[in-house]
Ligand binder design. Sequence first.
Ligand code: DX5
Ligand code: ZN
Length: 218
Amino acid sequence: AYTAKIGPSILSSDLSQLGRECERMMECGADYLHLDVMDGHFVPNITFGHPMVECLRKAVGPNPFFDMHMMVSRPEQWVKPMAAAGANQYTFHLEASTNPGNLIKEIRESGMKVGLAIKPGTTVEELAPWAGQIDMALVMTVEPGFGGQTFMEDMMPKVSWLRSQFPSLDIEVDGGVGPDTIHRCAEAGANMIVSGSAVVSSVDPRSVIALLKDVVLE
Ligand code: DX5
Ligand code: ZN
């Protein structure tokens, strides 16, 4: 019903070379790019915003799919700028949204796909009412804010439950996912796999991406 896709998170890469890093990940077999936007308010860290995305789009050309992980307090604020900058999917946090239904509609009207993310402390029952209206659910497997954290295996029941209820929904996992933890994600039914440090810091990103994909496809 769904396909396995691997989306490196470039948060752990050399940010001074972001365009090159994005190209390198695509050359190594990435299916999409997971771009982490942090505002220093929703999470205790700052990364970049739509001006950077616009530059990256120019650098990498029209094809790579940009999944924007919006770790920001007012997600409705950046829908139009991100669409204009060349984003393909807008993944916002349920915890940050006062009116998810309206935001989903605005994202669609802007021409982007819709992702809905939940932090570890948010239950999957809270996400469920929106699951029929979104393209992708993101189950965070770390507290958002930083790369290189430890995978929270106790999030897997959320993924299994979502998979059982919504067989064709894209389900993404993000945080601490790599060769050591991918089996748990695949068993639970995740099909969009974000991997940051495990891919980007590897001496052989191509092999890591291929391995992750093999496990999900098994
Ligand atoms: C964390 C970010 C993740 C992170 C993943 O807040 O949303 O995308 O960069 O990095 P790893 O795979 O190193 O945990
Ligand atoms: Zn992320």
